[in-house]
Design a protein around this ligand. Structure first.
Ligand code: GLU
Length: 512
């Protein structure tokens, strides 16, 4: 069924539990819900599922909201951030509150309805009793379910047990011997026998409802048309459908997203390194690149294209093009995409993005001026732009800029003498090479990359190998194996520093 043919307004939700840092998988769920809603001009709702009081924390919720805002996945309804994002302030939308911990009365009303109509009941069995029953069932190859001992308690017995202060839970009276069927929009028809569910717990008491129950109450109340979530929730869906039906409502459509796998095709976990979104933000991935990359985790446009803006993703997205098989997280691809987005940035914007990573080296002194901490030199933003421009082509993430350009912010470079050596050169050849560069560059008046290159190349032609001249020079100027070409570095360093660094390299070789 395509959503256009439906009368119902498309409403999706991302319903995270704020119990830890937001993971890549969470962003994907948020993104796909967002894309689907926006594609059909519907609403995308953010609901905070914080019924687990012990594990839910406001700071995780705050981090989550900030991350979603960083990705520009702006929600139509849900908790709102202040303009500076330093606080969560209120709610936007007709179904407020959007935080489950504040919706207790609503859950209570529906729980009571299920109890009153006989669709739920109090169970006084101890945890030990239920667990050992489940163990036994498993040992004989049966599904580990609750066998329904308290199903037939009379209201008087319930009152009596309650009076005695016995611990209890509220269980759903799962209809016996029925098949729950639903059409998963990604995985097709799914059918589950109710016998595998048993009478599952839906609340600890009237004030403490559990996930499956709060989730369906909110999906119904918030008029959610499509539930798009991770595959790990697939076993909850039949239970949720039964609950929705018992309350007399119609269930939404469901779509379960494939797992995200590491490169060994195992479920991506913390052991694979970075999984939390803030780590990616801190490393200097760009929101549009990361969004582009995450969109491709399980979805593709049906052809070879891989580069999409958020706007393009909205128009291209469809649930039919989501694969069933796990989606492999490939960091190399992410770096490639991020590099692509970095290369497209205007240099001023790229420089502004890099500045927070350069705090170790520079501090802002006025609007567009900076002081180099080690040398006390004043530099302008234009000068920073020149430096960063040298590396724009090779930058894959913003944090890499630190190691690439530290050479512009230090008095002295630190590198081992051996680094100056190109292939089979011996010390006297290195000295000769550096002295040639020194002589050539001292004579260049209009000191820019082109004039420097012309002068150097003329000299290099006399040697058997350009590397003999350029390699020692590159190391003398940068202290590194890899860098932008030495002529460009020399231009940005300026003649004086260039000469100084070559002389320093000569002394290093001579003194050893
Ligand atoms: N709160 C659930 C979670 O964070 C999501 C539930 C859902 O999408 O139905 O896993």
């Amino acid at each position: 069924m395509t959503p256009q043919k439906q009368e119902k307004r498309i409403r999706t939700r991302y319903a995270p539990s704020p119990t830890g840092p937001m993971h890549i998988g969470g962003v994907r769920t948020a993104l796909f819900n967002y894309l689907f809603a926006k594609k059909y001009s519907g609403d995308y709702i953010l609901r905070i599922e914080d019924t687990d009081k012990e594990r839910s924390k406001k700071e995780w919720e705050h981090q989550l909201l900030k991350a979603l805002a960083w990705f520009n996945l702006n929600w139509d309804e849900g908790p709102a951030l202040t303009e500076q994002q330093e606080m969560i302030v209120n709610y936007v939308g007709p179904h407020a509150p959007y935080r489950q911990s504040e919706r207790g009365e609503l859950y209570k009303k529906y729980l009571q309805k299920l109890l009153d109509e006989g669709n739920a009941y109090y169970c006084f069995c101890s945890k030990e009793e239920v667990d050992s029953q489940k163990q036994y069932l498993m040992s004989i190859g049966e599904p580990p379910i609750y066998l329904g001992k308290c199903r037939t308690l009379t209201p008087e017995q319930v009152e009596e047990f309650k009076k005695q202060g016995k611990d209890c839970v509220i269980r759903f009276r799962t209809p016996e011997n029925i098949k729950v069927k639903f059409n998963d929009l990604i995985r097709g028809e799914i059918e589950v026998d109710s016998v595998t569910m048993g009478d599952f717990v839906i609340a600890k008491d009237l004030d403490t409802p559990l996930y499956n129950f709060t989730c369906i109450v909110d999906d119904v109340e918030m008029e959610i048309s499509h539930v798009i979530r991770g595959e790990d929730h697939i076993s909850n869906t039949p239970k949720q459908i039964l609950l929705i039906k018992a309350l007399g409502f119609k269930e939404p459509e469901y779509a379960h997203l494939p797992l995200i796998l590491n490169e060994q095709r195992k479920k991506l976990s913390k052991r694979d390194g970075k999984t939390s979104v803030t780590e990616y933000i801190d490393e200097g991935y760009l929101p549009d690149a990361l969004t582009n990359f995450i969109a491709l985790l399980g979805w593709n446009p049906g052809d070879e294209r891989e580069v999409f803006s958020l706007k393009e993703l909205i128009s291209e997205f469809s649930l039919e093009k989501i694969q069933k098989a796990g989606a492999v997280f490939n960091t190399e691809k992410l770096d490639w995409l991020n590099g692509l987005y970095l290369r497209k940035k205007p240099i001023r914007e790229l420089t502004l993005l890099c500045i927070p990573f350069l705090e170790k080296f520079i501090e802002k002194t006025s609007m567009e001026m900076f002081k180099i901490k080690e040398t006390n030199e004043e530099i302008s933003i234009e000068y920073l732009e020149k430096i960063i421009f040298l590396y724009q082509e090779r930058l894959k993430k913003l944090s890499e800029i630190v190691e690439m350009i530290d050479l512009f912010f230090v008095n002295e470079l630190n590198y081992p003498k051996e680094l100056l050596k190109w292939k089979e050169m011996d010390d006297s050849q290195i000295i000769q090479s550096l002295e040639t560069s020194l002589m050539v560059l001292s004579q260049v008046d209009d000191f820019n990359a082109n004039t420097i290159q012309d002068a150097l190349f003329k000299e290099a032609e006399k040697m058997d190998n350009k590397g003999n001249l350029l390699w020692p020079l590159r190391v003398a100027l940068t202290g590194k194996k890899n860098s932008a070409p030495p002529m460009q570095i020399a231009e940005v360093l300026g003649k004086e520093k260039t000469i100084q660094r070559i002389k320093k390299a000569i002394t290093i070789v001579k003194n050893e």
